[in-house]
Design a protein around this ligand. Sequence first.
Ligand SMILES: N[C@@H](CCC(=O)N[C@@H](CS)C(=O)NCC(=O)O)C(=O)O
Length: 229
Amino acid sequence: MLKSFDIPFKSQVLGLYNGTFEKDLAPLAPARQVPILKTPEGHIVFDTLVIAETLVEAHPSAAPWPKNPAQRGAARSLVAQMHSGFSALRTHCPMNLQNALQEFEVQDDLHADLAYLETLWHHAFNMSGDQDWLFGAYSLADVFFAPVAARIACYKLPVSQRVQNYVDKHLALQDFRQWRAMGLTKHCDPFPTTWPAPRHLGPAHVPFRPRSRHGGHLKTQHALIRAIQ
Ligand SMILES: N[C@@H](CCC(=O)N[C@@H](CS)C(=O)NCC(=O)O)C(=O)O
């Protein structure tokens, strides 16, 4: 999110799966889940939606929401739906940027989530004139659906060609590839999920060196605290 809108930050990883999570969280109280944002003033802000709105306030020129009011309202609605719903997708398809499955059985409730996802995304494509991103230029709506795109790729979920094109667009995005490359440098032992038949996520296993878009030296303004996925 911060990177997509060119907001400098320093990232700190907490040990979600290695037993240090509670201890790592202690200085960030009362947050008890990641991600967490620490502002330049030292304020702790947690929950992705609140982090997004905090950044919008602090960096209005970054323009992370669509300019057009109708599209902005729709973008916010889609993000809210994502944030508060899609429980089947979350339950059956935990995020994993390391591997993808060859075969995965899609349950009825997951089919229903995917159908609703198609409805929401096509609504956005129709509003914006069917461009690459949901509302034309890359916006917070795309940020919030990036993990959904990763899940669709990871579990090879059945989606329409239009939606698959949108997913591929996410996977090919430089910031997405860098995010994933940074994740691949971390290893969990034991790995938290059982993967019967892993394969590469695709569309290409593109080598990407984790580094800052600003030439390697990040000027620390925000600290984004996240966990090993
Ligand atoms: N509503 C929260 C959900 C955050 C969330 O589920 N975080 C997970 C990792 S993705 C977490 O911290 N899990 C650890 C735990 O619940 O103990 C948000 O969107 O920020």
